[in-house]
Design a protein around this ligand. Structure first.
Ligand code: UDX
Length: 434
């Protein structure tokens, strides 16, 4: 099959490289010539484990290429995926569809034969209908089907999520869409990944519902963590105790500083907007968004309390800034709210992150960046684990304790055992554990 991927950002690049690896012929198109030049030189503009090798291999084998010219690339395409950004519109939380509709218009202008146009970008319900309308208006002669195929890729695990998905959701309105999408995903279908066909609007909603549900699960366990602290219970055991019930499931029940990232914050807001446009109350999702926002700030108060209630003039060392490990992504990372609240309270913030510093510099001010964990801790009044990078899981605490000004450790990801850290002489604070 010939596949065109419009947008060589995170989703487009991972999806394009994986489709190529299935044996399809893939052209990734991006408007940014700098990005295209970089990709052609084999440099990958994002941090995603395994992606550079996958791209290099498929480029070498002649199945994957990059261009900034959409028109010529779509000749003879069986499927054209739209994988451009849909950021939150400033002010109202609606998904901004400018890039999606621009792509639809450009595709319309260049169409030269029958094909299926697929939205991979996360788009509100009804966007497929609008794309169909735009294309038919520009090209009444166009012989197209419009499909929806949301992505469920976790940053840091995107390639395995793509190749070994729990399910593939495809929204189609006609037989041709269904046939082409079956062929696109045939390599996975052979591995028994369930291919779920639905109507297009249903597929669009599934993406938002999935992310809102996961965000709800995280927020629920975070509230349980607060309750655990108040009543002297252990949230990790509560999570295990409820998660072993198959109806609940054990995943996404790790209490922490609140969810961040490029999807949950944006998609929950967009779902609330869609619901309010249709006068449908989604009070659960609204509560989740509010509780999560409050939680990020509450984490700073927890650090301040661990320092005796006052951080003026103190140095707080943070380990991990990205919204989760194995990414350089800082979008809506809890660390942002934490750093700002600590600075507002008069603290100096020093931080170390294995991949996120460049991105962090774009959003945070007056942070001192340390070259490593131990340099970060040296002379600080407290050490705080904000993101659970693997390298933070086996720290040399004797060395850390010797250089910290006070042996205060705040572990917002619960990666250590309280009794062990206390035995080492730390004043140890975690989340939802006695
Ligand atoms: C998410 C979805 O998982 C993916 O399917 C979707 O398509 C894109 O959004 P991603 O944003 O990469 O993926 O990260 P994810 O691993 O889901 O984590 C999101 C946030 O929730 C992170 O800040 C993480 O730290 C937090 N989280 C996750 C928890 O606090 N507790 C958990 O148990 C799980």
């Amino acid at each position: 099959m010939k596949i065109v991927m419009v947008g060589a950002g995170y989703v487009g690049l991972v999806s394009g490289a994986c489709f190529a690896d299935f044996g399809h012929s893939v052209v990734c198109v991006d408007k940014d010539p700098g990005r295209v030049a970089m990709l052609r030189e084999g440099r990958i503009p994002i941090f995603e484990p395994g992606l550079a090798d996958l791209v290099a291999k498929n480029v070498r084998d002649g199945r994957l290429s990059f261009t900034d010219a959409l028109g010529p690339s779509i000749a003879g395409a069986d499927a054209i995926f739209i994988a451009v950004g849909t950021p939150s519109r400033r002010g109202d939380g609606h998904a901004d569809l400018t890039y999606v509709f621009d792509a639809a218009r450009e595709i319309a202008a260049a169409l030269d034969g029958p094909c299926v146009i697929v939205t991979k970008s996360t788009v509100p319900v009804g966007t497929g209908d609008e794309i169909e309308r735009i294309i038919h208006e520009a090209r009444p002669d166009a012989d197209i089907s419009v499909a929806s195929n949301p992505e469920f890729l976790r940053e840091g695990a995107a390639i395995s999520d793509f190749k070994r998905p729990d399910r593939i959701v495809v929204g189609v309105e006609d037989e041709r869409g269904r046939a082409v999408m079956s062929e696109v995903y045939r390599p996975l279908y052979l591995n028994q990944a369930p291919l779920l066909f639905t109507g297009r609007r249903t597929s669009e909603l599934i993406k938002y519902a999935a992310n809102a549900f996961l965000a709800t699960k995280i927020t629920f366990i975070n509230e349980m963590a607060d309750l655990c602290e108040a009543v002297g219970a252990n949230v990790q055991e509560v999570a295990r105790g409820i998660g072993l019930d198959n109806r609940i499931g054990s995943k996404f029940l790790h209490a922490g500083p609140g969810y961040g990232g490029s999807c949950f914050p944006k998609d929950t807001l967009a779902l609330i907007r869609t619901a309010s446009d249709h006068d449908v109350p989604v009070s659960i999702v609204e509560s989740v968004v509010n509780a999560n926002d409050k939680r990020k700030r509450a984490m700073a108060r927890r650090i301040i309390a661990a320092c005796g209630g006052d951080v003026r003039g103190k140095t707080i060392a943070l380990l991990g800034l990205t919204f989760k490990p194995n990414t350089d992504d800082m979008r809506d990372a809890p660390s942002i709210a934490i750093v700002r609240a600590l600075q507002d309270a008069g603290a100096q913030v020093r931080a170390y992150d294995p991949e996120g510093v460049e991105q962090a510099k774009l959003v945070l001010e007056n942070v001192e960046y340390a070259p490593g964990v131990y340099e970060c801790a040296a002379g600080a009044d407290a050490l705080c684990i904000v993101t659970e990078w693997d390298m933070f899981r086996s720290l040399d605490f004797a060395r850390i304790k010797a250089t910290l000004r006070a042996p205060v450790l705040v572990d917002l990801r619960n990666i250590y055992r309280p009794e062990e850290l206390r035995a080492l002489g730390f004043s140890y604070v975690s989340v939802g554990r006695p």
